[in-house]
Design a protein around this ligand. Structure first.
Ligand code: ZN
Length: 363
């Protein structure tokens, strides 16, 4: 089996809470279980699941979580969980006993990284909930309680003595938590492609390149709303891939939000399953060039219960080198829209990020 896959039923049971709306009846937040559970079920029904290596999902320990987070945040999560659930931060909620699910998602990310670094599998997709990339060292926010990917990256840095890890975040929202956790750590290059002006503001602009102006350790590509296939592929060609080629990572991690899709409730981008298929292929090629193919995707956002399963399947098919019989029923309609073309204002935004690539340190 060349590709590992992680999922746990408790991820679907995570209680993400309701929006605090003062004038209408409470409404469940966008982060429902549906999109993730249906993603997992399409992997199963398509026949692909039987061709994947199931990966261990276990609870992350205090010590593992505290590599990326402050003790006060963990204490707050534990206390809130034991008190029957509640808010942990801005749009961040857990239910009664939710601490266990938070630990399971972080532990699954660690195990996925370990499975790839030990050579058990070539690459892996960890389908996780709650998501993680907005969580900073001190604060949960934006449906993210702890930063699963950052915890896994810290685990790899500490226990495997890696010197260079690259994080590519294609969630439609800025990967502010991951950026901030590794801001002072030149061992981790963080790259975020996101819709300009979305959660979590402020931040996410292309001039946020790290603490040392001589060296780029963080790249942001804030794309205008409406960006489609050609804009994302251009951002890969001009920013992501040359940055990876300069940095020469020993492991590539992906914050895999599927909310840059054309049907998303929270984003206004226009990607389709073939866009994610192409981006996955490009990262696999980069991983082949630099780190023997070692690539781990940790699931983040993605709120279209109808489209996310087909995008997720396309990504995991690509990782596994398998093409199932499933045809994405949305693809043709989305792919032929004129919004898939690269427009001048999008190219300008990509250009503003590209100018910082030449300062990415080479080994
Ligand atoms: Zn998102």
């Amino acid at each position: 089996m060349r590709t590992g896959f992680s999922w746990h039923e408790l991820f679907a049971w995570h209680d993400a809470g309701t929006y605090p709306l003062p004038y209408v009846e409470p409404a469940a937040v966008a982060d429902s279980a549906d999109a993730k559970r249906r993603f997992r079920n399409l992997i199963d029904v398509s026949g692909l699941l039987a061709q994947l290596q199931p990966l261990l999902v276990r609870e992350a320990t205090d010590a593992e979580i505290l590599r990326a987070h402050a003790p006060e945040l963990l204490e707050k999560i534990v206390a809130t969980s034991r008190a029957g659930g509640g808010s942990i931060g801005r749009y961040a909620h857990i239910g009664a006993g939710g601490e266990r699910t938070v630990r399971l998602a972080a532990g699954a990310a660690i195990e996925a990284v370990d499975a790839v670094l030990s050579g058990e599998v070539l690459n892996a997709y960890a389908l996780l909930r709650p998501c993680g990339h907005h969580a900073t060292r001190d604060a949960s926010m934006g449906f993210c309680i702890v930063n699963n990917l950052a915890i896994a990256a810290c685990h790899a840095l500490d226990t495997r003595e890696l010197a260079r890890i690259a994080v590519v975040d294609w969630d439609v929202h800025h990967g502010n938590g991951t950026q901030s956790i590794f801001w002072d750590d030149p061992r981790v290059l963080t790259i975020s492609l996101h819709q300009d002006g979305l959660f979590a503001l402020p931040g996410g602009q292309s001039d946020e390149t790290g603490p040392d102006p001589r060296h780029t350790t963080n790249l942001n590509v804030p794309l205008p709303a409406g960006s489609g296939h050609d804009a994302y592929l251009s951002a890969f060609e001009r920013v992501v891939l040359p940055a990876l080629d300069r940095f020469a990572p020993q492991l590539i991690l992906v914050a895999s939000g599927l909310d840059a899709s054309s049907h998303d409730a929270l984003g206004r981008m226009n990607l389709h399953s073939d866009s994610y298929r192409a981006m996955t292929m490009q990262l696999m090629d980069a991983a082949d060039r630099h780190c023997d193919g070692r690539l781990v995707l940790c699931h983040e956002g993605g709120y279209s219960a109808t489209l996310v399963p087909f995008i997720g399947l396309a990504i995991v098919e690509t990782l596994a080198g398998v093409r199932t019989q499933v045809v994405d029923p949305f693809l043709a309609n989305v792919a032929r829209q004129s919004s898939q073309k690269l427009f001048a204002h999008q190219a300008e935004a990509i250009g503003r990020a590209q100018q910082h690539v030449a300062k990415v340190a080479t080994p």
